[in-house]
Ligand binder design. Sequence first.
Ligand code: NUP
Length: 210
Amino acid sequence: MKRLILALDVYERERALEIAECTADYLWAVKVNWPLIIGSGLGIVTELKQVTGLPVIADLKLADIPNTNGLIARRVFGAGADYVIAHGFTGRDSVKAVMELGETIIVVEMSHPGAREFIQPATDKLIELTNELEPFGVIAPATRPERVSYIRSRLKDGIKILTPGVGAQGGKAGEVLKAGADYIIVGRSIYESENPRESARRLHEEILGV
Ligand code: NUP
């Protein structure tokens, strides 16, 4: 089973397409974030889908009023994104505006140290919101497997857990999958490595071994 998501945080179109193509065999999906969209334009979403045949997740972490969230999400889904990531802290109306347009992933806890300041104290409420709205999935921190277990224990069955933070941020694929993650999101450990295909293959093997 494929459970690896490539975080393609490069600016250049050519490089992005090259890395996506050579790692696609080991991926469940490709995630694009602001760096790639700013560097290459929204059309990269469509191109990545064509080149890899994989789902594309647009990690825009939308955090605006419902109207603006909707204006952005409409264009991004229109470009072919299969999933859009939105913050939950802006409230149900803002999240619903994205969910009305397509499959949504809600951030319930982030992976960096600063997430402890404001986001982690709100995680329980963000889980409640998620259980009420039933989106495709949530973002939870691979850097804190114990938090992934906690989030899993509170989240309704069927809602997927996607975890960034493996590799460059210190998280371990095996640990976070055992803690209850459905997918791991990996960027720098793949796209900055000398051989991205080999790095993706190794992570895929590790996933299969769990
Ligand atoms: O909490 C989060 N942490 C995180 O790293 C939520 C995210 N969406 N991400 C994203 O995952 C981050 O913006 C980057 O695109 C990717 C992790 O990349 P890397 O640390 O593996 O290079």
